[in-house]
Design a protein around this ligand. Structure first.
Ligand code: EPU
Length: 425
């Protein structure tokens, strides 16, 4: 298992470029199932989650190849086994989003219930509810969702809201199934995340008829068939936000290329609010910070609110603010695995239910820490860049799921990160 040895404190300065979005790429890969033939996804990041999703597609009968330039070709001419096996889906929850496309394409599908997750209980009841509304018969057997749409999918008005707001992959699943349903589907309380918008744009390129894209009311007029796509995925807003936090905590200055500021307005607003400069620049922005950041309050919310996927990284940043901040997690109330690890680095944190009170300290101190999930590990990297001494981060494979070779991208701008180990997970 690889570890990171990170020396701090450092000041980041220079240019970094953001990769394609993992969370947009995954459901778009699933969309390839909808249209027999060869689809090509351009600009996807080279991440373990992307290759695991590729394995899932291969397992159901697709041929998946990745070219030297990173383009992923998915040949879905034949789907031999519309089954998302437990052994693959348990590694990556996004596997659930093959369910809608498989039903639309094959009329039947079985997909394993995803199971436990480091960021808390993550049910899929809304996915199931939405698909049932489209006429799918669904039973749970042996830990699998066993779904039958052989009587045909029919368009309906569907409310997809849940106790924590909208659902990103639930919207993706129902929207993909509805593209080939008979009649018109209206999804109320649809997720508005840029990744859902990107999927909808790709589906329309395939011949789907979706309007209301980017709004909580998606209207999907069913069509008889779709054609394979060639599509460029959007830049990863969460990676961009992570680089922003890294620039701010190191009192550095980063030119972040390939970053759509419009996807990050809540984050940019928070940064400006705490004294960090963010200026648009060509296809990206310049983020600079010259002194201590001011404390603030952050509440995570569905888009366009502050993203839960940046909560941990901003907790690391606010750990060094001049005063007390409060962070409230409204999407995944148990997503606080990083709290205990950041506390090992001398952050002053008090958890109260789904909130954490962050009392700013003068300095963070290096320590051996454990990566627990993707974004929690990113927070540890950010803290380590600013901490005094050498931080050792164990279980780096978590960070590799969402950030492509982060050390090779941050070292040229001033980080001192060494990877050690044999690459095993
Ligand atoms: N929820 C339900 N029932 C459902 C589905 C969701 O109650 O059937 C709840 C969840 O438990 C949560 C809330 O609704 O409280 C929102 O969950 P959502 O379904 O939107 O999450 P997701 O689609 O499973 C995606 C991202 C996550 C990101 C969330 C929220 C992908 C592959 N994953 O998950 O990304 O945190 O949306 O924005 O797109 C990450 O990249 O680190 C990551 C975890």
């Amino acid at each position: 298992m690889d570890i990171f040895r990170i020396e701090g404190p450092v000041r980041l300065s220079g240019t970094v470029s953001v990769n394609g979005s993992k969370n947009a790429a995954l459901p778009i890969m699933a969309a390839a199932i909808l249209a027999p033939g060869k689809s090509v996804l351009r600009g996807a990041p080279r991440l373990s989650d992307i290759s695991v999703f590729g394995q899932l597609l291969v397992d159901i009968g697709c041929k998946v190849t990745t070219a030297a330039n990173g383009d992923i070709t998915i040949d879905s001419t034949s789907i031999g086994k519309p089954v998302g096996e437990y052994d693959i889906v348990r590694k990556m929850r996004a596997g659930i989003c093959i369910l809608g496309p498989l039903l639309a394409r094959c009329g039947k599908a079985q997909v394993s219930m995803p199971g436990g997750c480091a960021i808390g209980y993550r049910p899929v009841d809304i996915h199931i509810r939405g698909l049932r509304e489209l006429g799918v018969q669904i039973d749970l057997e042996n830990g699998y969702i066993v779904a039958d749409a052989t009587k045909g999918l029919r368009g309906r008005e569907i409310f997809l809201g849940g106790p924590f707001g909208s659902t990103v992959l639930g919207t993706a699943n129902v929207m993909m199934a509805a593209t080939l349903a008979k009649g018109t589907t209206v999804i109320e309380s649809a997720a508005c995340e840029p990744e859902v918008t990107d999927l909808a744009n790709c589906l329309n390129k395939m011949g789907a008829k979706i309007t209301g894209i980017g709004s909580p009311r998606l209207i999907i007029e069913g069509v008889k068939q779709l054609k394979p796509f060639e599509y460029d995925v959007i830049p990863d807003r969460i990676e961009a936000g992570t680089f922003m936090a890294a620039a701010a905590i190191t009192k550095g200055c980063l030119h972040i290329q390939n970053c759509r500021l419009g996807d990050l307005m809540a984050v940019v607003d928070k940064l400006r609010n705490i004294g960090v400069t963010v200026e648009a620049e060509n296809s990206g922005c310049i983020v600079a910070c010259s002194g201590h950041v001011r404390p603030t309050d952050i509440t995570t919310q569905p888009y366009p609110g502050f993203p839960t996927d940046l909560q941990a990284q901003f907790m690391a940043l606010l750990a060094l603010a001049e005063g007390n901040s409060i962070i409230i997690e409204k999407i995944f109330p148990d997503r606080f695995m990083h709290v205990a690890e950041l506390a090992r680095m001398a952050a002053d944190l008090r958890k109260e239910g789904a909130a954490v009170i962050v009392s700013g300290v003068k300095k963070l101190v290096a320590a051996p820490v454990m990566a627990s999930d993707l974004r929690a590990s990113a927070a540890l990297v950010i803290a380590a860049l600013a901490a005094e001494g050498t931080t050792i981060i164990n279980r780096v494979y978590h960070i590799d799921r969402g950030y492509e070779k982060i050390e090779e991208r941050l070292n040229p701008v001033g980080a001192k990160i060494t990877r050690e180990g044999d690459g095993s997970v």
